[in-house]
Write a protein that binds this ligand. Sequence first.
Ligand SMILES: NC(=O)c1ccc[n+]([C@@H]2O[C@H](COP(=O)([O-])OP(=O)(O)OC[C@H]3O[C@@H](n4cnc5c(N)ncnc54)[C@H](O)[C@@H]3O)[C@@H](O)[C@H]2O)c1
Ligand SMILES: O=C(O)C(=O)C[C@@H](O)[C@H](O)[C@H](O)COP(=O)(O)O
Ligand SMILES: [Zn+2]
Length: 363
Amino acid sequence: MSEAVTRIRVGGSAGSEPYEVLVGRQLLGELGGLIGDRVKRVAVIHPEALADTGEALRADLAEQGFEAVAIQVPNAEEAKTAEVAAYCWKALGQSGFTRTDVVVGVGGGSTTDLAGFVAATWLRGVRWIAIPTTVLAMVDAAVGGKTGINTAEGKNLVGAFHPPAGVLCDLAALDSLPAHDYVSGLAEVIKAGFIADPVILDLIESDPEAARTPAGPHTAELIERSIRVKADVVSSDLKESGLREILNYGHTLAHAIEKNERYKWRHGAAVSVGLHFAAELGRLAGRLDDATADRHRTVLESVGLPLHYRHDQWPKLLENMKVDKKSRGDLLRFIVLDGLAKPTVLEGPDPAVLLAAYGEVAE
Ligand SMILES: NC(=O)c1ccc[n+]([C@@H]2O[C@H](COP(=O)([O-])OP(=O)(O)OC[C@H]3O[C@@H](n4cnc5c(N)ncnc54)[C@H](O)[C@@H]3O)[C@@H](O)[C@H]2O)c1
Ligand SMILES: O=C(O)C(=O)C[C@@H](O)[C@H](O)[C@H](O)COP(=O)(O)O
Ligand SMILES: [Zn+2]
């Protein structure tokens, strides 16, 4: 696929403002235009690992005439806490941030989830722009307006739907990403393949080793296809009243594992185990054919993603899953497949079937 800039439109229905996701290289020149003329202040929220990037962005924006502040937050999930959100609110307050000012979140999904949440809550909502720097944030977290933080009780339990004004996916950012973080993002790419676009799976299976690096021949296509899957879904169901639940494929168990690991596991790694579990659940519930269920294991394993989790943790995981956002009262609900690219909801599965599915995942 060419290195030209691809523009993917998101939203525009049900009262939400449409915006674009740009994918390409050297996109930062687009930022000033996205921020707009009448804006006085810009806050650049970035993780420690991207201190240089955050400062370079701040300096560039200051040169363009904005009052720009950089707000450094911890790396990864440590940023998704009420304390860090409060730290950001303090920084916005101290810089006199008003309703016409703009937040920029640059980093992985943890940073964009936090930055979006800070933007959603400051003065009850200011504009924000996402500059995702991981595969996972480009294909999933930065697109669609789910923002939020974790609590000790569970993943993303506090948040808001607050779509960004634009998303800039600069593929050059992926060159500095640690290999395990690159691979972890592939779990959401593979998820998009199973729920909606099997060409994604074909591309990865054609050369799994190449899919593990940003230098692979299909990097841009894999990212763009996954963004289109997400864009299509959130454009028709921003607030998850139905269709959007399919994006949660593999996430019911994944979030339970993340909480169990006190958010030290990468989200993508947990999603990989969760996808394996969801495939086995679909198979054992009589919904999914053996070949498609097996394909989950082979494709995830081929790029080096984990499939298993500790056998003795099932009672805790079951407890954790009760606060999943898809639960209704005491009813557990899972996304499973009726076939390739045919996601559906499985409500209140037999506990014995759930346990048997976990038996396939347990190590
Ligand atoms: N809002 C959504 O719709 C949505 C969707 C999927 C995932 N998420 C959330 O995204 C988070 C996971 O995001 P992630 O996988 O991007 O990980 P991450 O944001 O936790 O980042 C992983 C690590 O990589 C560092 N990093 C980021 N970009 C880098 C780069 N270019 N070079 C070097 N280091 C870099 C980060 O500082 C961090 O240390 C989870 O909290 C998950 O819940 C949200
Ligand atoms: O955008 C969505 O909707 C998703 O479910 C995408 C997921 O990949 C993502 O991890 C999301 O943050 C999970 O949301 P949650 O509502 O289950 O916390
Ligand atoms: Zn996810």
